[in-house]
Write a protein that binds this ligand. Structure first.
Ligand code: NAD
Ligand code: DAU
Length: 375
């Protein structure tokens, strides 16, 4: 029975990860540690924590005493660190919080893990750890900075982050690698491209566009919409993390992406087309639209798009070269973008209660603050 501590699993990717792991493996137990910030939602993982193999603890990864208490109580073999402040726009508003959670939180987890896992020292004075333990850091392609029109991020591309978010994630990656080099802590890192799929918080581009259409709101596109992101269905990311933890050598870094580059404006057009088609094919879905907008739906068109002022320091293009993970581990993405985006629109239609719940707090205030003045 492998014992996992999964941080940040009340958020988007972490929640999909624990669902994936509980489906895939019988012989595991999972403790979720999550602070339940605006991005975390207990309802998302309610069914999972009803499973007797999965427990939930509300707490902050920076709280070393709590993390130590959990290690003492559960004796984890693996830590998977998803917990983070994840939204680039918010990092421009409040860099400090990003540095604290993403850098110091990662360090706090590793300090407790190395103390808990150490069994002695080798002849050179390096710590020796219990067999089979691993600290896995969930990182991002944004640590590499931005590409021009050509080229791909490889694992040996120098880190060159631009936003406070990506700088905090790059710093965490450096600390993780420093703990490997200095303390021989068994670690691995995955750097994934943009994820999409179920339970993504509606501040991110894809769910924001879907939900804004359903509320007959304008669709804000930054700059000219020409920035490129490399999109991956969230389950494919979860599978990659699972494989890297079980099969990759200690100290490995793997890029994760499925060669699915898209310009933002093309994504927005595609989502408009899909929502309109679904409303045409399934008139019963029109109940999800505002009451006075359900008859003639020709308003679901590209006219909803509004070009707004650009994100500061907006990275032009991300694109992952995934050949290392394919070659070493045999990972490949299973969900094509055509299938995944259709499923994601459908999921958002079918989960209006979830969307209402996660946006019921300060989200409207946030939205007004971020978009109200952009015009
Ligand atoms: P998210 O914002 O949806 O979820 C983050 C979760 O972390 C939330 O449940 C939140 O409550 C929790 N959290 C935040 N601060 C915490 C703290 N101090 N202590 C404990 N819990 C805390 O994020 P996501 O999109 O699911 O991203 C998860 C991870 O994957 C992040 O590390 C992110 O950098 C990385 N990543 C994300 C993407 C993407 O496209 N979303 C791509 C590559 C990598
Ligand atoms: O690349 C991986 C990263 O992807 C992760 O590390 C981050 O945690 C995750 O948030 C995501 O970052 P992005 O900034 O790429 O994602 P976001 O959904 O915020 O934006 C995607 C693109 O869409 C980006 O070029 C900005 C643009 N955009 C975004 C929003 C929210 C718009 O044009 N309009 C919007 O309203």
């Amino acid at each position: 029975m492998k014992k996992y501590l999964v941080t940040g699993a009340a958020g988007f990717i972490g929640s999909n990860f624990i669902k994936y792991m509980l489906r895939k493996h019988d012989d595991i137990s999972i403790v979720v540690l999550d602070a339940l910030t605006y991005a975390g939602n207990l309802g998302t993982i309610k069914d999972d924590i009803d499973d007797k193999r999965c427990f939930f603890v509300r707490g902050n990864i920076c709280d070393r005493a709590l993390v130590k208490e959990l290690f003492d109580k559960y004796g984890f073999d693996v830590v998977v660190n998803f917990a983070a402040e994840s939204h680039v726009d918010r990092s421009i508003e409040n860099p400090q919080l990003f540095l604290t959670t993403n850098i110091l939180g990662t360090q706090s987890l590793m300090d407790v893990a190395r103390a808990a896992w150490a069994t002695g020292k080798d002849a050179q004075g390096y710590p020796v750890y219990r067999e089979g333990v691993r600290f896995h850091q969930v990182s991002t392609d944004e640590v590499y900075g931005a590409l021009g029109a050509e080229g791909y991020f490889r694992e040996d591309t120098p880190l060159c982050p631009h936003s406070p978010y990506s700088a905090s994630k790059a710093s965490a990656d450096f600390i993780v690698q420093a703990y490997r080099d200095t303390f021989h802590l068994p670690v691995s890192i995955t750097r994934c491209s943009n994820n999409y799929g179920p339970y993504q918080f509606p501040e991110k581009l894809i769910p924001l566009v879907i939900n804004n259409i359903l509320e007959a709101k304008k669709l804000p596109v930054y700059g000219r919409g020409l920035n490129v992101r490399d999109w991956l269905y969230v389950d494919d990311h979860c599978k990659a993390i699972d494989l890297v933890i079980s099969e990759a050598k200690d100290g490995s870094v793997y890029n994760v992406g499925g060669h699915n580059e898209q310009r933002n404006i093309d994504i927005v057009h595609l989502i408009i087309d899909i929502v309109r088609r679904q409303m045409e094919q399934h008139p019963e879905y029109r109940k999800f639209l505002p009451e006075d907008k359900r008859g003639d739906i020709s308003w679901i068109s590209y006219d909803l798009i509004t070009y707004v002022s650009d994100r500061l320091g907006h990275d032009l293009r991300y694109a992952i070269d995934p050949s290392k993970i394919k070659h070493d581990i045999g990972w490949y993405p299973e969900t094509t973008f055509a299938v995944g985006i259709e499923k994601t629109v459908e999921w958002n239609l079918q989960h209006r209660d979830w969307v209402d719940e996660v946006t019921s707090g300060d989200y409207q205030k946030y939205y007004e603050h971020m978009y109200g003045h952009r015009g």
